[in-house]
Design a protein around this ligand. Structure first.
Ligand code: FMN
Length: 192
């Protein structure tokens, strides 16, 4: 997409995830994070339910996160080497935020799938915003986002942990995993 002029659409078409091993400090500061959350709030949101929130994990909290990741690794029978790798992941991303969803199945007019769409739209807007600010980012989840101790550490009873977004300064260019082919995803309705 390098040939496109530098427009917002070109920036959007060039967003790709960047793994935490390819990022260094600095990540976004507090004001930039607040702006990204503001962009997340621009996602379609039926009923203004606001079914998501963001929790930052500061540098001082990384050891506590590592302890939780270790607990997950031990509870799932991982080897000592894997336990060490899981602990290490707590330091992924110079800036790390947890993405938390709150889906209320009792809302009549906004079924859960519409609330999830809002959660995903908000996440996308957030990630696009940090990309537009010049940072690399990636959301990672894995089975540990369903481990009770980790869920409890970030979520209230009626919430779910979607994943962790790592954000930082890219040490290499962003690369597409595959070419985006809109063709089969776009069709004209043809009623019988
Ligand atoms: C909620 C969510 C959780 C994800 N969790 C993981 C994960 O645990 N591991 C992984 O390799 N990719 C995960 N992904 C996918 C990556 O974040 C990324 O989107 C994917 O590698 C495609 O790259 P792209 O964003 O550049 O198209 C997740 C995506 C979403 C939306």
């Amino acid at each position: 997409m390098d040939a496109l002029p530098p427009t917002p659409l070109a920036a959007l078409l060039n967003r790709h995830s960047l793994g935490p091993r390819w990022m260094v400090a600095p990540g976004p500061d507090e004001a930039q994070l607040a702006l990204a959350v503001q962009a997340a709030l621009r996602a379609p949101n039926h009923g203004r339910l606001q079914p998501w929130r963001v929790v930052t994990v500061g540098a001082a909290q990384r050891p506590a996160l590592a302890a939780l990741f270790e607990r997950f690794a031990r509870d799932t029978g991982k080897s000592e080497e894997e336990v060490a790798m899981e602990r290490e992941r707590a330091w992924n991303g110079p800036v790390l935020v947890a993405w938390v969803a709150h889906i209320d199945a009792s809302v009549d007019k906004v079924p859960p799938h519409e609330q999830w769409i809002c959660v995903g739209g908000a996440l996308s807007n957030f990630m696009n915003a940090v990309h537009f600010m010049g940072f690399g980012a990636k959301i990672l989840s894995g089975r540990k986002c369903q481990h009770p101790a980790i869920v409890q550490a970030f979520c209230e009873d009626d919430e779910q942990l979607v994943g962790f977004v790592c954000i930082g300064t890219a040490t290499r260019g962003l690369e597409p995993r595959e070419k985006d082919e809109p063709g089969p995803l776009l069709s004209a309705w043809a009623p019988d």
